[in-house]
Design a protein around this ligand. Sequence first.
Ligand code: NAP
Length: 289
Amino acid sequence: MLTGRTRILGVFGDPVEHSLSPAMHNAAIRVLGIDYVYVPFHVKPDALGVALEALRALQVVGVNLTIPHKEHALQFLDEVDAEAAAIGAVNTISCRDGRLIGCNTDGAGFEGPLTDMGFHCAGRNAVVAGAGGAARSVVFRLARAGAHVVIVNRSEKRARALTDDVNKHYPESVEWLPAAATPEVCRAMEQATIVVNATPAGMWPREEECPPLPLDLFRSDMLVYDLIYLPQETRFLSAARSAGACTVNGAAMLVRQGAVSFEVWTGLRPPEDVMCEAMYSALTRRNDG
Ligand code: NAP
């Protein structure tokens, strides 16, 4: 039951009705029995500054940001942590003593499941397909953990910008290749022990698509990670599993980034199995509806 003491969390997005975060966070709140509520707020881009300012007045504890606010929000914050500043995007804001503090939990969401599996990125060669928002968090994390990353992307502009940005912080840790079946891309795959799909290729409802990588070069000593969570096994992951590789889908990252945000706001570690179940139930309801 909501009372005058209930503390407010939420997500700002435009649109926001697709967001799975309310289901995940409210499930965790219920199981932990704490007096919080997590509310979706439909915030248009031109109202973002006013909406963020209102967090102070309303004493909202914190919000997530989703499309299209992650980059635009930076200018309205009092403080941004080093990782979010480097990536150039925030997905989590805390309102503490009237100050708006931003961070980005996507990188931790990506790396956490790897660490849990005992996979450490230091000294590894990685191939990442894509150079968009999600790839930025992934590549920064891989480079920070000591991996060497080859980005494979269709457009040169985004690939080059991400490569330059990461190399400024972690010199010579990243290079990029155009998305084509070239000997260079094959060599990068042959040297890689972790391969990541950070493109939407293969995501429902276009499940027949694959990211631009030679899938016949998957090996059993690889870890293959797809950021897509619907379907749970993309064609990309299915090919990796057939080659005997260890596979991880995007549900692990989605739940972990939410869990890290939850801990930032409440100081409590939420039950990730409950969050994952709530996320897939919400996804099923959304697709059935
Ligand atoms: P984005 O900013 O739009 O970037 C998409 C990237 O994928 C771009 O580099 C684009 O290449 C490339 N791309 C798009 N369609 C492609 C295709 N058909 N073939 C090859 N390359 C293609 O998107 P994003 O926010 O980074 O999201 C990427 C994926 O990650 C989505 O599937 C999203 O659902 C998923 N994601 C998952 C999580 C999670 O928690 N699991 C979190 C964030 C995102 P160009 O630069 O050439 O256009």
